[in-house]
Design a protein. Structure first.
Lengths: 572, 139
């Protein structure tokens, strides 16, 4: 009868419209977006356009605007066929959209609307006229009916799937419930739908959302009591209820939002295996006198979907809250640990300081002469007091670091004086051990961006380790350009006993200690490399170790160049 | 030549004794106070040239002593070197802002401590730079 252009980005929807409109004798053109629709309209001049709103490339609103601006095609009647009917209503008048249909609409309603827009007799009326003409025509009309019904169902299912996906990704419980309620209403097809969520005590309704077919109609937003009439039955017996207006219950229920009489009701509980969350009820089935068994099953499916999605949101919110609590607790604990360790280390240092003073007094000859043997013994005591001091310092460092309170200030630092200082500090020790201590003086190398004290700490640690594990040969410190631009690489190599492959993986772990046969007396806490790793990464560099068991090890770390930091605008 | 006098404010008896031996060996006279309350009166009486101040003291703390000193004419310009078992973090800056010339964490490096004392008293034969790298003159 007429040439109609159907526009929708989902093929299943287009297919449906093509079959349906074709059944009523129209020829149908297809387009997947607004732009394509414009091109076809200009080319083919359809009598009517039925279009979705949400489409890629160009949406329905833009399409209609452009249509009305093109004199050759501006007068073409347009029907919006969309899931978001509420929004469409606001836009429709200025753009001159003839009708708005909500997805998924009954096939008959679509055909009637199309006929009306074309200025023809409605589909229903024509069917009634034809029905009077004889049985033959009736049976011929039945088969396509079944086909239409099947396609209507597939449309509903696709709407269901879409809703499920949307709900699963919605984080806001209020929006989730809103969306669900209006979708339930349009998918099942009723005049009004309302959803209520119970509070934690399961006594009254905490959250209530509603959706009406006609958003302009005045509504009474009184929330019905949770256990009011059949609503109570639904909650306590955890089963759905369907009512027709022939039952007096319906009128007495007084659920109508605008005071008009209610003709049918469908109510389902929102339940999980362990809990009942609330109810969903629909009033006034559209296009029929009552809600069908199919409608009830559909409502239960929808209820199950929203319950799962809602439970997820609640769980998510609880988990997020717990995580926050846990984080706060952990931070408090770290703070307490930091204060405790700080206090304890202070207490430990006092007697240690006394021991240190008295031993040094003797060693410095300030309380009389000492024999070489006595000196040797006192040296051992001194060495151990210094080690104890290191251990206390390490303990404090690592606790500070964990509580996020390690003081750290980077600025331009020259490596040369640092290397010179280290060479001087360890020169004697190297001579005593009979190993060579080589420091490649980094002349001509640029400034690095570091905290000088922490840099010294890292290097001292690495050098200490190198000495600890080397019986003969040499320990070398070197500074070179790193292959990563903007960084200097510093290496400490030794010809000591090396680290096993398994040890290499664990060597930076807290409290890891490699077995040593060299200096059994110098064990330490095992925190040194762990602290080094932390400090190096604070600087923005990285640290790693290479080693061959029996041949020696090389520890390398990178530190950023000052010039790079200036370029990035960080150093003033 | 009269020897300069150093007031040792330290609550640990053993530590006082050890410091006494060391300072005397370095040609300084010594005086003692063992808590924050008597520290100032002892300082007024003994008129030291420098104070070695512990932070953890009974009856207050080293910071309190430094604060009070500022309000006493005869003490307000007296150099103070803090020697403490407390962590430098936080305490060092606070001590230096309160007017201390240096902060040493216990156990101290004796050479560096003596060098700092000499520096504050202007005793050194040469002017020593503030950097830690140079060794002081041994007694």
């Amino acid at each position: 009868m007429a040439r109609i252009l159907a526009v929708d980005d989902r093929p299943v929807n287009l297919q449906f419209l093509v079959s349906l409109l074709g059944y009523d004798g129209h020829s149908v053109l297809e387009a997947s977006d607004g732009q394509e629709a414009l091109d076809i309209t200009r080319d083919q001049h359809p009598d009517l356009i039925i279009t979705d709103i949400e489409m890629p490339v160009m949406d329905g609103y833009e399409f209609v605007t452009q249509l009305r601006n093109d004199p050759g095609i501006a007068g073409t009647p347009v029907i919006f066929y969309t899931a978001h009917a509420k929004e469409a209503k606001f836009v429709a008048p200025p753009n001159g959209v003839a009708r708005v249909l909500t997805k998924p609409a009954e096939p008959e309603m679509i055909l009637n609307t199309v006929s009306s827009a074309l200025g023809e007799l409605s589909f229903t009326d024509r069917q009634m006229q034809t029905a009077g003409a004889g049985a033959g025509v009736e049976s011929a009309a039945k088969i396509p009916d079944a086909l239409i019904a099947l396609q209507a169902v597939s449309l509903r299912l696709s709407a269901l799937i879409e809703l499920g996906l949307e709900l699963a990704s919605e984080r806001d419980p209020q929006r989730q419930l809103d969306r669900f309620c209006s979708s339930a209403r349009s998918i099942i097809g009723s005049n009004y739908a309302a959803l209520g969520i119970l509070d934690d005590e399961k006594q009254s309704i905490r959250t209530f959302v509603a959706s009406t077919h006609d958003p302009d109609k005045k509504q009474d937003h009184n929330i019905p009591p949770a256990y009011h009439g059949v609503l109570g039955t639904v909650l306590t017996e955890r089963r759905p209820v369907r009512l027709r207006n022939s039952f007096s219950d319906l009128g007495a229920l007084d659920l109508s939002p605008d005071g008009s009489p209610v003709s049918s009701l469908l109510c389902v509980p929102l339940i999980s295996p362990t809990d009942v969350y609330g109810w969903l009820y629909l009033l006034d089935k559209l296009g029929a006198e009552e809600f069908s068994a199919d409608d009830e099953r559909l409502a239960q499916t929808l209820a199950a979907q929203v319950t799962i999605a809602y439970e997820n949101v609640v769980l998510y919110e609880t988990a997020a809250r717990n995580a926050e609590e846990l984080d706060k607790t952990r931070r408090q604990e770290l703070e307490m640990k930091d204060q405790f360790v700080s206090h304890v280390s202070h207490e430990l240092r006092s007697p240690l300081a006394v021991i240190h003073q008295f031993v040094t007094l003797m060693l410095d000859g300030l309380v009389g002469g000492i024999t070489p043997e006595q000196r040797e013994n006192l040296d051992v005591v001194l060495k151990n007091t210094l080690q104890l001091r290191e251990m206390i310092s390490d303990l404090l460092d690592i606790t500070r670091a964990e509580a996020g309170k390690l003081l750290f200030e980077q600025h331009g630092v020259s490596l040369l004086p640092l290397f010179i200082e280290l060479e001087r500090n360890y020169r004697e020790r190297a001579a005593q051990k009979g190993i060579l201590f080589l420091v490649q003086e980094p002349r001509g190398l640029p400034l690095v961006y570091a905290d000088p004290q922490r840099l010294r700490q890292v290097l001292s640690n690495l050098i200490e380790n190198a000495f600890k594990f080397t019986k003969r040969g040499k320990v070398t410190i070197r500074a070179t350009w790193d292959e990563q631009p903007g960084f200097m690489r510093i290496t400490v190599s030794d010809t000591g006993c090396g680290i096993s492959k398994s040890g290499l993986r664990l060597v930076f772990n807290r409290l890891y200690q490699e077995e040593t046969t060299v200096e059994l007396s110098r064990k330490g806490l095992g925190l040194g490399l762990h602290i080094c790793e932390y400090l190096v990464s604070l600087h923005g560099g990285r640290i790693w170790a290479e080693s061959r068991k029996g041949h020696g090890s090389t520890f390398s770390f990178t530190v950023p160049l000052r010039i790079e930091e200036i370029r990035k605008g960080r150093d003033i | 030549m009269t020897r300069k006098k150093i007031l040792i404010v330290e609550d640990d008896q053993d530590m006082r004794r050890a410091l006494n031996v060391r300072l005397r060996a370095n040609n300084y006279d010594t005086a003692f106070a063992s808590d924050a309350i008597v520290a100032l009166s002892v300082a007024k009486k003994e008129r030291p040239d420098l104070i070695l101040l512990d932070l953890g003291l009974p009856g207050g703390d080293g910071f309190m002593v430094m604060e009070r000193m500022k309000n006493i004419d005869s003490l307000s310009c007296l150099p103070v070197i803090v020697v403490s078992a407390r962590d430098p973090e936080g305490n060092k800056d606070r001590a230096l802002s309160a007017g201390a010339e240096a902060f040493f964490q216990k156990p101290v490096d004796n050479e560096k401590l003596i060098a700092a004392i000499r520096r504050s008293l202007g005793d050194a034969d040469q002017v020593l730079p503030l950097a830690d790298q140079v060794s002081p003159i041994k007694v």
